[in-house]
Design a protein. Sequence first.
Length: 117
Amino acid sequence: GAPSLQNFHLYRHSCELNKSEDDAEKTNLVWQASNFKHLKLKLFVMKGFEEEYKVMSYIRLVMERAVCLKRIELPAKIQCNKCTAISPRFPVDEASKHRIREQLRHGLSSSADIIIG
């Protein structure tokens, strides 16, 4: 099913971050380099993540592999309906948004719109 996926949403919420370290170790994946190109993914949404090296690297990997990607959405903050937590967020000031877009596009030929906020 993944090769036909057109929209992909990732969501991390602080309620879900209370897992034990054993669970985190079990879900650690080692990625192998490949020449795989995704031909149908058009929208990538990543909610509840902060600007950090691993996240930025993952977004760049998606941009590199999804050759038809049109739009990336990085919402500023997410309020939980079940608790009072506000999930981590990307910066919302214009200078930071510009810097993040530049970091994500550096060296890539992706023309995807990057929406932050």
